[in-house]
Structures are given as structure tokens and as C-alpha cells.
Design a protein around this ligand. Structure first.
Ligand code: ADP
Length: 633
């Protein structure tokens, strides 16, 4: 079954190839870009929420450790004010005698030991140390002028003196708490307690906690990492640096800034700080990022900062980002594969549908054409029936016409026939009368001769009527005849005559089937060949040619002789009934007339040609039964 090729005509290449090319060119970079983008978003979201949860957790830690720092500091706030109650101290301030000084020194020494502070000392209003707990030490404060210290200046004005600084005598850091000692509403001196806070740092280190405390100047005074100590967490102007240096608060230490590589404020008191890898603060190779949470410490202008490393969180966020990117790549791959498969299935379905459609169309066309064919077949059958009927009618009409023609011909010939018959009848009458008289006279031999003549005349009349009867007979015009057989029969009939003249006979025709009664064809041929033999009786080398050819659905047989031919006058009457040139009883003059009529009755024709070379050619044309059945003889 063939399908309509137009159904499978592909789309124009320009339309089919371009989008695919574009897809192939842009899809991989797009997928990679989306992978990177989504991976980054995954990383960012994971880090963001991780920081949030870390900062919530860190807030609790911050509170806990800040409280610990606060309690550590506040533990000593009451201590300097206690000295107000001590009478020896008041006495020393009123009258600083060596004895009183010694008494106070010893008192302070005992108090310092019990309170586990670093040093306790008393100053007069000028800032000179009058008595101190470390009076025995070489680097004792005794007699030192510390009026430049900020805690003294505050305390002497009646304000609480809180101060972190580095000792100007021994360069030891400490927390100084100063209190103005009053007597009768007047400040007579200042009591100072120096506390060491390094224990806190050690505690942080043991707990692997990263934290620091920055003072009112933004200088880190306590830090779990010693490298950060005495670094500024805020930018310091040159003026501030100079002022701080003058105050000797931080002794002679250089006050560098703790400069992070990146700083990002996440919320109030929450920052993200990154320190460089090669920083002296960072031990390992990589940059270190911290979540820095800061909270002010109560009762002091200080801040406590808790540092939580974000390395683990960042690693986890990177893993999450990679996971998101890989998941997206997997989903993209599955989607692309699914889409490709969907397209393949769609193409197959479309092809199947197209094939089905082509089949349906073909079947529809076959059905339509079968219907058409059936209809045209029916029409043809109808037409054949009609034609057969018409043929039948025509044939009947033809028969009628032929019959009518024959009768008409006989009618036309009737005068001639009557004349032809009257002559012998008249002769018969005379002869029979004469014969009777001769018999009466006893002339038997004459009577016998007359009777013979009478016999001959009767024969002739019989022949005439027989010919006419057979011509007029209805129904013998149909049938088919074999030309070969008819020629053979005619030659056999004329055999004795042919032998006597030593005829040179030439055959050149096919044994075809022609539409005429076999006997009638033989009759025609006997007439034509017989006439030829008659015409050649004086010819020393008589020759007869029988030549045939197929022409326009008919078979044309030429009967040619080399006889005396036909003169011009005879040619005019050749086919007229009873025209004969033959002497005596030899010719009836009906042969050509009847032969022509018989040929015409079957749709054929009999004609004559007069070759220039001499002789005569009669041409007999008869319709062929089947033009293709011709076989050479
Ligand atoms: P018949 O043979 O009885 O004379 P036809 O009708 O057969 O009658 O012939 C008519 C005349 O035509 C003949 O008498 C003859 O003169 C002439 N004729 C016929 N055939 C030939 C022929 N082959 N050659 C010369 N004349 C012919």
C-alpha cells in the first residue's frame, strides 16, 4: 500500500534546525549558570539561617559570660569605700606620721591578702600615695604621685573612679577602683583597689571561648587571645592616640587597631568579622570569620564581645550549596531527559497518526474510486446493453435493407430477367411447335436435336432462377469464412480447367477469418477466378495472382490475371446484370452482379482495377472477424 508522500513532507530545514541549534548552544551554559546561581542561593540561605541560629545560641552564651565578667568586676566595687570606716586611714590622711603610715600599710596588706586583690593603697588629695598594701615590695607605690591617673581625678571629685590601665611603676595591667574618702562631707583622700582580671582570660581559654572586653576608649583590655590585647576595636584618631599616650593609661604600649578584613553589621551588636589569613591573629592559613556579638557591661563603660567562629557553619553552607547545585543538576538532567523522551514519543505518535491518516485517506480514495469504478462499470454495462440493442436493431435494419436492396435489385433486374427468360420461352415455344411437326412428319433426328436444344434452354432458365433464388434468400449473409479454405475450394472446383491451361498461380495472402458465409465466399471466388480463366484462354503463359492485405479492419484480396483485359465500353456495364461478352451460352452475365451484391450484403465491396501492364484485377474487400488473427499462408 503506498502512502501519499506529501503527508510526510518535512518542515523547511531553516525552521526545523534553528531552534534546536539555539537550544544546544544555550542550554548547557544556562544550566551551569542556574546551577551556580542556585548553589549560591543555597549557600547564602544556609549561612543566613545558620548565622541566625548561631547568633540566638550565642546570645545566651554572651549573656552568661558577660554576667560572669560583671560579677567579677562588681565583686570589688565596695572595697575602697570600706576604708572610709577605718579610723587609722582617716588618721593617716589627717596627720601622716610614720607610725600611722605603718599601721595603715599593715592593715592594707592584710585586707589585700584577704580580698585577693592585686593592691590596695591610699592617696592624699594631691595624688601622693600615703600607704599601700605592697609597701614591702621594691616597686612599691609608696610615695608615688599618681595624680595624673584618671581614676584619682574622678575620685577626688567625689565620682566613682573606674579605670583599666597599666601600672606606671611596673607596667602591670590592672583594674583600678578608686573611691573618694570623706570626712564631715569633705574628701580627705582617695582609696584605690587594683584588681587583676587575667583569671577571666585563663577561664575563657580553658573553656575554648573566644571573647574580649573593650574599654570606654575601644581598647581591648581582656582577651582570650593575647595577640588581641591592647588593640583598638574602633578607629583611633591621632589626637586620641596622643591623649591616651599622655595619660599613660596603657603604659607605653602601641595602640594598634584590630583591623578586620571584612566587617558586616548583621544586627544591633551583631557583626560578622573576617580576619586575614596572614594576620598575626590567625594561626592557620585560611581567613577566619567570626560572628561577633557585643553587649555593654553594666556599671562600666565597657563592652563584652563574644566571638563565634563561622568556619564550620561556612563549610556546612558550602556543602548545602553544592548539594542544592547537584540536586538542581540532577533535576535539570531528568527534566531534559524527560523532555527529550517526550519529544521522541510525540514524534513517533505524530508519524503514526500521519501514517494512520494516510491509510485512512488511501482507503477513502480506494472506496471512492471503487464506487466510481462500479458506477462507471454499471454505466458501461448499460451502454453495452444499449449498443447491443442498437446493434441488433441496426443489424435487423441492415438485414431489412439488404433484403430490401436485394429485392429492389431483383425488381430492377426483373425487366432483364423477364427478357432473359422470355427469349428461351419464345424459343421453347417455337422449338416445341417445330418438334411436334417434325415428329408428325417422322423427322425424328431433327425432332431429337430440337428436344436437346429445348433441354439446354430449360437448363439455362433453371440456372438463372437458381442464381436469383439463392441471391434473394434471407439469412445467409451472416457467418464467417476462412479465406484459405474458400480459395482452396474454389481452385478445387475449377481444377480441371486450370490443369488444361497450365496456369501459373501466385499465392500471397493470409488465411484470415472474414465476415461472410463460407459458401458465398467460395461462390464469389469461383466467379472471379472463373472469369480470369476465361479471359486468359488465348494467353500462352496464363498467370493468376491472389494477393491479400489487411486494411482498415478489412481484408482486401486482389485477383489479378494477365488476360485480355476489359475494353472501355465493357467497363461501363461490368456490374450490370446479364452483361456478358462471352459468346453463346458461356456467359449469363450475372456473376459479377451477384458477387458484388453478396460482398455488399456483409459490409464489403467488390471493385475492379485495370493495371497498365495489362490484364484485370478484381479487388474484393471483406470485413475481418478479428484483425489480429491473421496468419501467413
Ligand atoms: P459472364 O461471366 O456470365 O459473362 P460476368 O458478370 O461474370 O458474366 O461477366 C461479365 C463480363 O465481364 C464478362 O462477359 C467479361 O466480358 C467481363 N469480364 C469479367 N471478368 C473478366 C476478366 N477477368 N477479364 C476480362 N473480362 C472479364
Amino acid at each position: 500500500m503506498k502512502c501519499d508522500p506529501t503527508l510526510y513532507r518535512a518542515a523547511p530545514p531553516s525552521l526545523a534546525v534553528k531552534p534546536r541549534l539555539v537550544r544546544h548552544l544555550f542550554l548547557p551554559p544556562l544550566v551551569i549558570a542556574l546551577m551556580i546561581g542556585l548553589g549560591y542561593i543555597g549557600f547564602w540561605v544556609s549561612e543566613h539561617y545558620g548565622i541566625r541560629s548561631l547568633s540566638e545560641n550565642g546570645q545566651r552564651q554572651l549573656e552568661l559570660h558577660a554576667r560572669a565578667v560583671e560579677s567579677e568586676i562588681s565583686k570589688y566595687t565596695y572595697l575602697p569605700s570600706l576604708l572610709e570606716l577605718e579610723s587609722s586611714v582617716s588618721k593617716l590622711l589627717d596627720d601622716p606620721t610614720p607610725e600611722t603610715r605603718q599601721t595603715v600599710n599593715e592593715y592594707l596588706e592584710g585586707l589585700n591578702r584577704r580580698s585577693r586583690s592585686r593592691a590596695i593603697y591610699v592617696m592624699d588629695t594631691t595624688g601622693r600615695v600615703l600607704a599601700t598594701s605592697n609597701w614591702r615590695d621594691v616597686d612599691s607605690y609608696l610615695g608615688e604621685d599618681l595624680s595624673f591617673r584618671a581614676y584619682f581625678q574622678n575620685a577626688v571629685r567625689g565620682q566613682p573612679g573606674r579605670f583599666y590601665g597599666i601600672g606606671s611603676t611596673n607596667g602591670e595591667p590592672g583594674y583600678y577602683l578608686a573611691h573618694g574618702l570623706e570626712e564631715h562631707g569633705k574628701i580627705i583622700g582617695v582609696a584605690v583597689v587594683k584588681v587583676r582580671l587575667e583569671a577571666m582570660e585563663e577561664r575563657w581559654q580553658r573553656a575554648r571561648l573566644e571573647a574580649f572586653v573593650s574599654d570606654e576608649n575601644g581598647i581591648i583590655i581582656l582577651s582570650s587571645d593575647p595577640a588581641r590585647r591592647l588593640k583598638s576595636v574602633v578607629p583611633l584618631s591621632d589626637e586620641t592616640k596622643e591623649k591616651l599616650a599622655r595619660s599613660l593609661q596603657y603604659y607605653w604600649f602601641p595602640l594598634n587597631e584590630l583591623q578586620p578584613l571584612a566587617r558586616e553589621t548583621l544586627a544591633e551588636g551583631v557583626e560578622k568579622l573576617t580576619f586575614p589569613a596572614n594576620s598575626e591573629l590567625a594561626a592557620d592559613e585560611q581567613n577566619i570569620t567570626y560572628l561577633a556579638q557585643t553587649r555593654p557591661l553594666s556599671d562600666t563603660p565597657w563592652n563584652f564581645t563574644l566571638l563565634t567562629p563561622l568556619a564550620d557553619l561556612r563549610r556546612e553552607a558550602i556543602n548545602q550549596g553544592i548539594l542544592v547545585a547537584v540536586a538542581f543538576a540532577l533535576v535539570a538532567f531528568l527534566l531534559i531527559a524527560w523532555n527529550e523522551r517526550r519529544k521522541v514519543i510525540a514524534t513517533r505518535l505524530a508519524a503514526r497518526e500521519a501514517l494512520q491518516e494516510a491509510n485512512n485517506q488511501l482507503e477513502r480514495r480506494i472506496t471512492e474510486r471503487t464506487t466510481d469504478l462500479r458506477a462507471s462499470n454499471e454505466r458501461l454495462k448499460g451502454q453495452i446493453r444499449e449498443r447491443r440493442q442498437a446493434e441488433e436493431t441496426l443489424r435487423r435494419a441492415q438485414d431489412e435493407l439488404v433484403q430490401a436492396g436485394k429485392l429492389a435489385a431483383i425488381g430492377q433486374m426483373s425487366t432483364s430477367i423477364a427478357h432473359e427468360l422470355n427469349q428461351p420461352l419464345a424459343a421453347l415455344r417455337t422449338l416445341s411447335g417445330n418438334t411436334v411437326r417434325f415428329l408428325e412428319r417422322g423427322q425424328l433426328d431433327v425432332a431429337s436435336t430440337n428436344l436437346k436444344t429445348i433441354n439446354e434452354l430449360i437448363d439455362r432458365m433453371g440456372r438463372i432462377t437458381a442464381s436469383l433464388r439463392s441471391f434473394a434468400r434471407r439469412g445467409d449473409d451472416k457467418g464467417q469464412a476462412s479465406l484459405g479454405k474458400a480459395v482452396d475450394a474454389a481452385l478445387q472446383l475449377l481444377g480441371s480447367r486450370m490443369e488444361s491451361v497450365h496456369l501459373d498461380l501466385h499465392h500471397d495472402f493470409n488465411d484470415v477469418q472474414v465476415q461472410i458465409d463460407q459458401t458465398r465466399l467460395e461462390q464469389i471466388l469461383v466467379n472471379l477466378i472463373g472469369n480470369a480463366l476465361d479471359a486468359m484462354h488465348a494467353q500462352p503463359l496464363p498467370a493468376l495472382w491472389l494477393e491479400g492485405e489487411e486494411y482498415d479492419g478489412k481484408y482486401r484480396l486482389r485477383v489479378r490475371d494477365n488476360g485480355h483485359g476489359i475494353d472501355a465500353e465493357a467497363r461501363k456495364h461490368l456490374f450490370e446484370p446479364f452483361f456478358t461478352t462471352k459468346p453463346g451460352e458461356q456467359g449469363l452475365g450475372l456473376g459479377l452482379t451477384l458477387s458484388a451484391s453478396l460482398a455488399a450484403a456483409t459490409g464489403g465491396h467488390l471493385g475492379v482495377e485495370h493495371p497498365a501492364s495489362g490484364g484485370t484485377t478484381f479487388v474484393l474487400s471483406l470485413p475481418l472477424v478479428s484483425p489480429t488473427s491473421a496468419e501467413p499462408i
